[in-house]
Design a binder for this molecule. Structure first.
Ligand code: B4P
Length: 202
């Protein structure tokens, strides 16, 4: 065993959930960690936006819900996730970015991962104060023009997060899997904190 693996004995955190408010940096960090660890990145937001772009019946329904800052129905998102997890690139591990977003989804994920023999290693919570979130998403609204980044919709998404997603944090605390990471700072600084928290050398 080399010095590095002695120093970082718990390198096996390969199945990861990213939790955090909208705009906390989940998507930004997931893209980096995906290439750093060579694992799959599954963003339910990206999967839904792809359906919207393709104009599928699912996408047409999801668009109105997303534009209002609400959560798309649990069954629809679980079906999409299950299909994505069946793809071969997930065998080496994955980051789930944007799922689960409520307790129904957290329980469904637990059951699904047990069934496919891929239990979760860790849930990483990116902690960012809401004032900063509002300004980050205002920046993205200008840069990318996402309909759900308008100030009213961002307020609604933060309300939905506090009401429905925050209980998921406790779910992973109780499961002994939660790690909280300070999400304030430069993207690379936050990334180094995440890698240190899951014990992978930066
Ligand atoms: P998501 O796509 O998950 O959108 P998000 O919460 O805004 O996170 P995202 O990952 O995109 O942003 P990030 O924080 O990286 O969801 C969109 C919608 O899809 C939901 O509202 C819902 O309707 C639906 N949906 C998705 N999953 C669902 C589910 N499981 N169930 C039901 N419905 C679901 O970045 C935000 C901004 O911050 C970026 O501009 C970025 O550049 C910036 N940023 C990131 N890190 C930064 C840093 N360190 N410093 C400064 N800026 C930073």
């Amino acid at each position: 065993m080399g010095a590095d693996s002695m120093e970082f004995p718990e390198i096996s955190a390969m199945r990861i959930v990213f939790l955090g408010a909208p705009g906390s940096g989940k998507g930004t960090q997931a893209v980096k960690v995906k290439s750093e660890l060579g694992i799959a990145h599954i963003s339910t937001g990206d999967l839904l936006r792809a359906q919207v772009r393709a104009g599928t019946p699912l996408g047409i329904k999801a668009k109105a819900v997303m534009d209002a800052g609400q959560l798309v129905s649990d069954d629809v998102v679980l079906g999409m996730l299950e299909a994505r997890l069946a793809e071969p690139d997930t065998a080496v591990g994955f980051i789930l970015d944007g799922y689960p977003r409520n307790l129904v989804q957290a329980n469904a994920l637990d059951a699904l991962l047990t069934r496919i023999g891929q239990p979760l290693d860790v849930a990483v919570l990116l902690a960012v104060p809401s004032e900063l979130i509002v300004s980050r998403l205002a920046g993205r609204a200008q840069a990318e023009g996402r309909k759900d980044d308008t100030p009213e919709t961002v307020r609604e998404r933060l309300r939905v997060y506090a009401e429905q997603t925050e209980p998921v944090v406790d779910f992973y605390v109780r499961a002994g899997k939660l790690i909280e990471v300070d999400g304030v700072g430069e993207v690379d600084e936050v990334n180094a904190r995440i890698l240190a928290a899951i014990r992978v050398p930066a």
